[in-house]
Write a protein that binds this ligand. Structure first.
Ligand code: SF4
Length: 337
């Protein structure tokens, strides 16, 4: 009787294909990684860290974000306390240009190389585009920092305007797997989001596209999501973990266990060996201080410092001290990778 050939261990395959070959895992391999037992977590984090060092290097990109327009959004993303459709305690507010420039200066002082202007909207109207144009120009005149924007879904004309302003990166998350999207958002489609990303890429801006883990998606859908992201070929992937906000439809969802979150980070690194993988919102509640270190040693190579849009983050100094401890220099990533 002939024996079936022994199946290659998934982490041996990762060392061979991803670490040595630089070829990211597809959806099926990613699923094998997500299904690894907790007893292999340390080994998985080590491989993910080696992949990051081999294909991205030790540098870390640090970014600050500021909200130009907060709350009152007409969309219904079930995780978001900025939706005007939920009884969430986020008050609608707008920031003026001098405050925006001041925020960019403070961000630059932390050593951050990236400053992202965010607005809680379905897509920008003329007034918001004019405000962004004035803000980007003022920042470029006064602060040495790269400007990114996150303004929702765009028209071709708006994409062209942002490119002409010198916005070098645009953030627009796909949020979750295509097959799970309508459990998370019902006021627009995954395809509409994808279309904005396509236009941004075509216009030559860098694409920042990630999402939120722990919203009730299965492991299969988490693997599908990584494959969806890989197909966009993003320059940066921000990984958020659900921080259930009061008043939102996901208020009662369980926080993702730390081991599962760390496994996901490492698995995303194996799917996207060359991409900037950024720790974004929800990591404090999911991972705590220790987890931040494990994540930085398990595939992540970028962080958002300070506060997020609607939740408080760790102090910027805490993150920056951690990077010094880990001997990971701060650097602008992107074109150099
Ligand atoms: S995630 Fe963005 S589009 Fe969705 S409700 Fe929040 S601010 Fe609006």
């Amino acid at each position: 009787m002939t024996q079936a050939p022994a199946r290659t261990d998934i982490l041996d395959l990762a060392r061979d294909q991803v670490l040595r070959g630089g070829v990211g895992f597809d959806r099926d391999r990613m699923l094998d990684v997500l299904r690894l037992p907790d007893s292999r977590l340390e080994e998985l984090l080590d491989v993910a860290h080696d992949v990051r060092m081999a294909w991205c290097g030790p540098e870390v990109e640090v970014e600050g974000i500021v909200s130009l327009k907060t709350g009152g959004c007409p969309e219904d993303c079930h995780f978001c306390s900025q939706s005007g459709l939920f009884a969430s305690p986020v008050r609608a507010a707008r920031l003026d240009i001098p405050s925006l420039v001041e925020a960019a200066k403070q961000t630059a002082k932390t050593g951050a190389t990236e400053f992202c202007i965010v607005a809680a909207v379905r897509g920008p109207d003329e007034r918001l585009m004019a405000q962004v144009a004035a803000g980007v120009e003022a920042i470029r005149n006064e602060v040495d920092i790269q400007v990114a924007c996150s303004l929702g879904m765009l028209t071709q004309d708006q994409v062209d305007q942002l490119a002409a302003m010198g916005v070098h990166r645009y953030n627009h998350n796909l949020e979750t797997a295509r097959s799970y999207f309508n459990h998370v958002v019902t006021t627009h489609t995954w395809e509409e989001r994808f279309e904005t990303l396509r236009m941004v890429k075509e216009a030559g801006m860098e694409v920042c596209c990630g999402g939120i883990l722990g919203m009730g998606e299965t492991l299969e859908q988490r693997a599908e999501f990584a494959a969806d992201l890989a197909s966009v070929e993003p320059d940066e992937v921000p990984l958020n973990f659900l921080d259930p906000r009061p008043g939102t439809p996901f208020a009662d969802r369980e926080v993702l266990p730390a081991t599962e979150a760390l496994k996901a980070i490492a698995a995303f690194r194996l799917a996207l060996p060359r991409t900037i993988l950024r720790f974004a919102g929800g990591r404090e509640i999911t991972l705590g201080d220790l987890g931040a270190k494990q994540g930085m040693l398990g595939g992540v190579n970028a962080v958002i410092v300070g506060n997020y849009l609607t939740t408080l983050g760790r102090r910027a100094e805490t993150d920056l001290d951690l990077l010094v401890d880990l001997r990971m220099p701060i650097k602008a990533l992107g074109e150099s990778i």
